[in-house]
Design a protein. Structure first.
Length: 134
């Protein structure tokens, strides 16, 4: 599937192995390092409800918006996006939005039989950094 209104989105992936670790909880702490920026086409949606959705398996953060990426674009760039990665620029030129947001969760969608799995990835983001970066 094609994106309706794609814009270049700058992605910086968290270096999980290089981040300082809290020995007690065995998770990255403040001062995390990020890989070099990669630009991928994505469709941005701003302004989703910044609340929590309570389900049987626990709370799910909705975030402040999301970006839809085509799975084949991410495979072509040889990257996967995960919780804790950050997005730093949306668009280019005079209309570019330069704002640091963090991915709080991802969800695969657009499952088509000929694609062999999810054709798109929806990455929800928030201006607050997630406490855990699983």
């Amino acid at each position: 599937p094609n994106l309706q209104h794609p814009v270049p989105v700058t992605i910086e992936r968290l270096k999980r192995g290089a981040a300082p670790q809290d020995n007690e909880y065995r998770e990255p702490i403040q001062g995390a390092e990020f890989e070099d920026a990669v630009v991928c086409q994505g469709q941005v949606r701003w302004g989703t409800d910044a609340s929590q959705d309570v389900t049987r398996i626990g709370n799910t953060e909705d975030g402040e918006g999301y970006v839809v990426f085509r799975a084949m674009d991410l495979r072509f760039l040889n990257i996967s996006i995960n919780r804790g990665d950050r997005l730093t620029q949306f668009g280019f030129g005079a209309n570019a939005i330069i704002r640091t947001v963090f991915i709080i969760r991802t969800a695969p969608f657009a499952h088509y039989p000929d694609q062999g799995g999810a054709a798109c990835i929806k990455a929800y983001f928030s201006t607050r950094r997630p406490a855990r970066s699983d």
